[in-house]
Ligand binder design. Structure first.
Ligand code: SAH
Length: 221
């Protein structure tokens, strides 16, 4: 019998994916490589079967444990911002469903991704192996510590919102590197922020308002 995990890996959702990508370019996503990858990769495999028919809608969707799969636009936008930097070694904090991880694994040579909730970490690992994203290395840990053994990284992405960036992430960013993260302002609003490192200086640039789940400490086994 066919495993439920391979449902629709083929062309079944191609039309809805094409529509999603047309919408993304209308919403201002310009990076043709990002659009090409998102047109090809099966976002519906990163959701529960009961929700998979909504995978290509312009919305975030629940993945359990109080977490969400980010809406397609934010995945595309963050991927595009990282791609501008042309990094080869990339660290992601917050694997979640693994969908953003997959897009990054297709864009960049080497990818490390950390998740703090074991159930999500395991499921994402299964999906990424099924899709042969072998250049994505996953770890169950508190991402606030980064991945010291693999540092420095040319680029770092956080997919959960912090009010302050954990120091280890800043120190694991290579000189000249870029970190993209949702950061919470004092008034509680969240902003997608680009941080550029030059030597010991970190320049913050606010991009657009966003809505993310919080970056939390500790590991849930
Ligand atoms: N990119 C994911 C987003 C998932 S939501 C996707 O599109 O599916 C953000 C994720 O960050 C959640 O899975 C949450 O558990 C994880 N997270 C929050 N704080 C973390 C931390 N300190 N270390 C690692 N992962 C963290």
């Amino acid at each position: 019998m066919r495993s439920p995990d391979i449902r629709g890996v083929g062309m079944t959702s191609q039309r809805t994916r094409d529509r999603m990508v047309i919408r993304l370019s209308e919403q201002g996503i310009r990076d043709s490589r990002v659009l090409e990858i998102m047109a090809r990769e099966p976002r519906h495999l990163f959701l529960d079967e009961a929700l998979s028919h909504r995978a290509y809608e312009d919305t975030a969707l629940p993945i359990g444990h109080g977490q969400t799969l980010s809406q397609p636009w934010i995945v595309a936008r963050m991927s595009e911002l990282l791609h501008q930097q042309a990094p080869s070694r990339v660290l992601e904090i917050g694997t979640g469903s693994g969908y953003q991880t997959l897009i990054l694994a297709r864009l960049f040579e080497e990818l490390w991704s950390v998740e703090r909730i074991n159930a999500l970490h395991c499921l994402a690992g299964r999906r990424l192996r099924l899709l042969k994203a072998h250049n994505a290395r996953l770890r169950l840990a508190d991402g606030g510590h980064g991945w010291p053994e693999a540092a420095p990284f040319d680029a770092i992405l956080l997919t959960a919102c912090a009010s302050e960036l954990p120091e280890p992430l800043l120190s694991q960013l290579a000189d000249g590197g870029v970190l993209i993260a949702p950061l919470e302002a004092l008034d509680g609003t969240q902003w997608l922020t680009r941080v550029r490192r030059s030597g010991d200086q970190f320049d913050h640039e606010r991009l657009e308002p966003v809505r993310f789940v919080p970056l939390l400490e500790g590991v849930i086994r």
